[in-house]
Design a protein around this ligand. Sequence first.
Ligand SMILES: [Zn+2]
Length: 386
Amino acid sequence: MKNKNVLKFMESCPSSDDFLPDAMKIPFRTIQPRFFSGLFDDPLMLIPIRPLGRSLLVDCGQIHHLAKRVVKSLDAIFITHAHMDHFMGIDTVIRMVHVSPKTLELFGPEGLAGKLEHKLKGYNWNLAEDHWCSFRVREVHPEKIRTYFLSGPEGFSCRFEHEKPRQDRTIYRNRYLRMEAEICDHRIPVLIFRITENSTFLIDEEKVAGMNLVRGPWLKRLKKMFYAEELAEKPIAVPVRKEEGEEERTFPDAGVLYDRIRKERTPGSLGYVTDVGFSEENAKKLISLMHGVTVLACECAYLKEGLEKARSSFHLCTDDLNFLSRRIRPRYLLPMHLSKNYLSCSERLFEELNPPSGVTILRPEDYATPRPLLPCELPDFGDMLP
Ligand SMILES: [Zn+2]
């Protein structure tokens, strides 16, 4: 019931689909990303995973407008880097979850555990109780992942847990997706992320008919084996249609059988890039990780005229994004994190973006959330008199 409420709330929030005409809905099966920062607010991407009723969060900028029940649905937070506009919302997260009995995972570049520890040390925790939440921080280094634990019941003291070598780019996975990361240069290490949905069990009816297989309970068995990752080299008995009736045939490898009857479908994926300098090395990493991604949410802090500022602050400008989109070829491109210098003229960003054919630009509002209040919009004490 609780999960249903969270899902209902999420349904009512703007998603990247809302920027598109009805005919072009984005083909995600299990994730439903919500971009909460518009063009100008500090970045924040919520990624609800529908079958779980749980969410992931990428970056932690302007988060205070997220409902507490949504923040409490977070399983993990992925921080690109600890510049203030990407990390300051972590205080709001801490406020909303600290008395919940769970462990929240944080992923980020080297040094993140120390930064979280310092934030937590800025408060008094003398009332900490045994059921309070804890944080596990996984710092992503080029060759390894270092893990730290900050225990709520112990007043959020930070202790080193372990260090493991990185096998590949994957830093997190669950039953429905995997998260990959690469380290880029922003004069400090900054992580870029790609979330890819896991393949789902899909059968091509024409292929089944073409092999004369008779539908039956074996398909359910095959599906169960698929999700349990037990297909390889496991035999499976299947009824096969013959001229004189049906005959049961045992296929020695259910994985091979599934490959012959599966429906081809590219899993949905979402790239998130912000605050990377436009260097050859960054561009190489970015293109390699993001190639062919379904939706690329990418920082574009400056227009063409701001090229020098982009270079000196290690950010991207419109020309850089045009270059990258020609090489990455996402199906959808969501520009974000535009400098507030362009507050009155954000349409110029979309005039300068020129992606290749086949790439559709998503156009978020300047702000996704209501503006802050002015004192004159609130009652004064006199208005509160009985
Ligand atoms: Zn930054």
